[in-house]
Design a binder for this molecule. Structure first.
Ligand code: 76R
Length: 286
């Protein structure tokens, strides 16, 4: 890896002995969805409900103040779930602890898990290489060996380093419309096996996918997290928008792109609204 693209590694000597499970790179990402069991919640009297809400608020604040950790909270649409959380944190021990405490936070059996997904942030396998970028420069008549070429290559590495950093250590937006679904790439017969295609074929297809994706800049923020070996499908797709129409629009448009039309398998879709905690509690707890 080129010097400029090197990322800070969390894999240090001190980490080894304290029981922490920090990955070599990237963060753990947990999507958690619950039903509110209204009959259990209504057993609590007014004081008990206030105490439970305060406890959950304090827990959320504690998790949010943990280093390198983000916790988003959603009011979910449809009876698929009532409340949703998205947690990003480096250490699997913390992810596990926070998850258990969130589940128990409103008292016994009030939050009943309905769906969950474990994945990790990851680098793109298909990022532009220096050679490819250099070939593009030559086409623009910026010749190898010139000062201009070298300057462009330095800028390119700075760009890739920032891009990689943003994928591994992303900042989640506060945009209200939230969409989550898991997906896999097909491993079927008759050429429809993503994993039997060459790297060059996959890279060319992903170029088309990314080109469509970029036309949604400003309307959609996406985070693709890897879950091979971690959960039932291969990636978690998290989308944020300010308008539901754009969620429907991007997913529809991508269905026509070869990567999705030929290779994508989808899990269930979850839609939520990102809300401040007081509004969230009023809506989901009544
Ligand atoms: O990394 C980047 O942001 C740029 C290139 C890029 C990669 C490598 C990219 C861009 N994606 C990449 C990888 Mn994507 N993406 C999806 C879905 O519903 C569907 O049909 C598919 C679900 C959406 C909506 C989406 C949006 N992407 C991936 C991968 C991993 C594949 C692999 O490694 O084999 C998956 C599963 C996936 C799926 N993608 C973008 C977007 C958008 C909006 C972009 C442009 C982002 C930007 O440049 O701002």
């Amino acid at each position: 890896m080129n010097k400029e693209t090197q990322l800070p590694s969390t894999d240090t000597e001190e980490d080894k002995d304290d029981g922490s499970l920090r990955p070599k790179e990237g963060w753990h990402v947990l999507h958690l969805f619950y039903h509110v069991e209204q009959s259990q919640w209504d057993i609590l009297d007014h004081q008990g409900k206030i105490a439970a809400e305060t406890g959950l608020t304090e827990l959320i604040q504690e998790i949010r103040s943990h280093p390198d950790t983000q916790l988003l909270a959603f009011s979910m649409l449809t009876p698929k779930a009532d409340i949703g959380f998205m947690l990003l944190t480096p250490d699997l021990q913390d992810a596990n602890e926070f998850e258990k405490r969130l589940s128990r936070s409103l008292g016994a059996d009030v939050l009943a898990p309905t769906y969950s997904y474990l994945s990790m942030t990851e680098q793109s396998e298909y990022a532009t290489s220096e050679d490819e970028y250099g070939a593009g420069l030559e086409k623009r008549d910026i010749k190898k060996g010139t000062a201009e070429y070298d300057e462009e290559i330095v800028k390119f590495h700075q760009h890739i380093a920032k891009y990689t950093q943003d994928r591994l250590y992303p900042n989640m937006p506060d945009w209200p419309v939230y969409c989550f679904y898991p997906m896999s790439k097909r491993r079927g017969q008759d050429g429809q096996n993503w994993y039997a295609s060459s790297f060059e074929e996959r890279k060319a297809l992903m170029k088309g996918h990314a080109a469509i994706g970029r036309t949604w800049t400003g309307k959609i923020r996406q985070l693709i997290t890897g879950s091979v070996g971690l959960d039932d499908m291969e990636w978690g797709v998290t989308l944020f928008a300010n308008d539901t129409h754009d969620v429907k629009g991007i997913v529809y448009q991508m269905r026509f792109d070869e990567v999705s039309s030929q290779y994508a398998e989808f899990g269930d879709f979850y839609i939520g609204i990102q809300l401040p905690l007081d509004q969230l509690f009023r809506r989901v707890l009544g």
